[in-house]
Structure formats: C-alpha cells, structure tokens
Design a protein around this ligand. Structure first.
Ligand code: KG4
Ligand code: ZN
Length: 360
C-alpha cells in the first residue's frame, strides 16, 4: 500500500486514527486516516456556489459556512468508516496559511475535539499538506524530489529531501499561477472559480492564435512572474470587442499554453539543476489536464518521472492534512503545541525553524 520509504516511516508508528481538518479557504475538508489501513474516508464541501455571485471568496461568508459544515462532515467520515469519535487518536488541522477567520474555525473545532477526547492536536502547514499529497497516490515518489506547488495563492519550486526537509528553489515574484487563471477567467466572463472554467473553454480553442508572453521563461533562475501575462490577456480581451465564443476559446487556449510553457520549462530546469529525476506536482493548478500531459511527456523525454496526487486530492481537502500529520508523526517532526494560526506562513522558513529547534 505504501512506497518503501513512506511505509518505513509509517510502519514505525503504533496504529493511529487521525482526523484531518482543512478550512483554510473556500473548501471544508475532513478525512480519517488510519496509519495501518490508509485513507478510510474523506468528505468535502465546496463553497463555490456561495461565493460565485461575488466573483471571488468572501472571507466572512467562508468562515460562517465552515462553522455550519465542519461537524456534519466529521460525523460523515466517522459513519462512512464505521468508527466512533472516541476512536480518534489525533486531530490534525490546517494551521495556515489561509484566511484567518476560516483557519480559526478548523483550529477551534480541532482544539475542542482534542480537549473533549483528551487527544493531541497538531497544526499542519497547508502547503505541506499539498506537497506530501502525491504520496497518497499509487505509484508514489521516493525522496528526494523536486516539487512544484501551484495553487491559487502560491507558485513555488521546492527541493524535498524528506518529511520536514524542504528548500525553496524559486517562486513567483507577483501573482500565483492559479490567481492568473482566476483573474483572466473573470475577464473572459467565466466567473469563479476561474481555473477549471478557463481550462474547459480552452479545450476548443487554438493555443497558437494569440502570442502571449512567457514571463521569465529565459531568466535562468527558478522564479516566476505572471502579472505581465495577466495584463497582456487583459489588453487582448479589451481589444476584442464583443468576442464570440470561438475567439474567447482561442484567448483561453493561448493563455493556458503560455502558463503551461513557463511551468514546464522551470520544472525541467529545477530537475536539471538539482540533478533529480523525480518531480511532484501539487496544488489546485495541478488538476490542469494540459499541464499534467505536457509535464509527463517532457519529463519522460528527459528520463524523469512526474507524480501527481489523485485528481480529487489536487485541490484543498482534509485527506492531505491527516496524511501529512501521519508522516510528520512518523518522522518525529510534529508540533503538538496548542492551536495558533498563521494566515501568512512560509513553508521553507518553517522547515528551517523545525530543523534548528525541533518541536515537541
Ligand atoms: O490548492 P487550491 O485548491 O487552493 C489554494 O490553496 O489556493 O487551488 C485553487 C486554485 C484556483 O486558483 C483554481 O482556479 C486553480 O487552483 N485550479 C485550476 C484548475 N483547477 C483548479 N487551474 C487551472 N486548471 C484547472 N483545471
Ligand atoms: Zn490549497
């Protein structure tokens, strides 16, 4: 069920039932992970319909909705797994980064459950959840690997040598790739959430119709920039008065091709620079079919392999939080320490701190 390395880590643990809670943004995710049996159940409530009419996430509405959804989802995963709440050995929750109010909902429920059940509670870095989620798939990568974290708030390349051992190789200097997808989708009248809608429209478009810039593609480093591309899309869309569906599809396809080109090139450069042959892609944009296909093909041409989480676990979910807690517990790199939340939290920084001052 696990790769040798992951199995090695987790099999050192006594049998543990971990409840994972994710409430960092607009999805309420809950999962139960058993260190002996693997993922037992995961349940998700998406707030897409709630925020759609505003064209983006409204933080206060997000928090209120998490409050309503969280406990019923906990009941749901317990019922589906045929476990009782008293069976839970550890509660893991997303501690940050994310929306402060939304994070506090998950943190408070986790702390409340921990107190009531007299079980430890552990805060997990949201990006670490994404980063380790490809280890939930089959086949799964062994350490070390290069990871592309590509979501609505982050675009980063990391070197991952083990659980808790992360080094930032490069990141966006402005917008995240998901943010560029979302904003361009809005300009195309596609609404929220934009990434999947833009990708759908792009399916019928011609990616060569409009020559959008590939920012920083030849910069020689591993950083990204997407705000200029977003502006180029804005200017192009404005210049196309009353564009019909076909032209809009061409804009979407050309825009998507530009982002995919940059992400693919930088990933291959990171592999080459680090002398690695394993690439892991995580975060919501990792659900993009063109990105998955191009990365898989081009990495294979260089003798490298690409690993993705299962498609449904690319975007935010509770399974990745429970699973990250299991791996951290197994590697003795966990933080059992109350429930502060960190709306802004740098993953590479956090890994460095953990290494220099090991947590309890
Ligand atoms: O990881 P995630 O669920 O939440 C954050 O932590 O940000 O990622 C959400 C982001 C959004 O920007 C969304 O538009 C983008 O992932 N996304 C996609 C696709 N599915 C989700 N972008 C492009 N193509 C997709 N198929
Ligand atoms: Zn995320």
């Amino acid at each position: 069920m696990f790769s040798c390395q992951t199995k090695h880590y987790i099999s050192m643990l006594p049998r543990f039932l971990i409840l994972g809670i994710e409430t960092s943004c607009d999805e309420t995710g809950v999962a139960l992970y058993d260190t002996a049996e693997g993922l037992l159940a995961d349940a998700l409530h998406s707030q897409v319909d709630l925020h759609a009419r505003y064209g983006g996430v409204v933080p206060e509405l997000a928090s209120r909705d998490h409050i309503q959804r969280l406990l019923p989802l906990v009941d749901e995963v317990l019922e589906r797994s045929r476990r009782r709440v008293e069976d839970i050995d550890l509660v893991a929750f997303t501690q940050g980064p994310g929306l402060g109010g939304a994070l506090l909902v998950g943190a408070s429920v986790a702390a409340g459950l921990g107190l009531a059940l007299e079980r430890p509670v552990v805060g997990i870095h949201h990006l670490e959840g994404h980063l380790l989620s490809p280890l939930l798939a089959d086949p799964k990568p062994a350490f070390p690997f290069v990871a592309l974290l590509v979501s609505g708030g982050h675009t980063q390349l990391m070197r991952v040598d083990g659980v808790g051992d992360y080094r930032l190789l490069g990141e966006t200097q402005d917008d995240a790739a998901g943010e560029a997808f979302d904003k361009t989708a809005t300009l195309l009248g596609l609404g929220y959430p934009g990434g999947p809608a833009l990708a759908r429209l792009a399916e019928t478009g011609d990616p060569r119709r409009f020559a959008f810039p590939r920012p920083m593609i030849a910069s020689g480093d591993l950083d990204f920039s997407f705000s200029g591309l977003k502006t180029a899309a804005l200017l192009r869309i404005r210049s196309l008065d009353n564009a019909d569906e076909e032209v809009r599809a061409d804009v979407a396809a050309s825009f998507e091709a530009a982002i995919v080109d940059v992400l693919v090139r930088k990933c291959l450069r990171a592999l080459e620079r680090e002398g690695m042959q394993r690439l892991v892609v995580a975060g919501g944009v990792g659900a993009n079919a063109k990105l998955r296909a191009r990365l898989t093909a081009e990495a294979a041409a260089c003798g490298a392999e690409v690993y993705f989480p299962p498609l449904r676990l690319c975007t935010d979910n509770g399974a990745m939080i429970a699973f990250a807690a299991a791996l951290k517990l197994a590697s003795a790199n966990h933080g059992l320490e109350g429930f502060p939340v960190f709306p802004r939290w740098d993953l590479a920084e956090s890994a460095r701190e953990t290494q220099s001052t090991p947590r309890r």
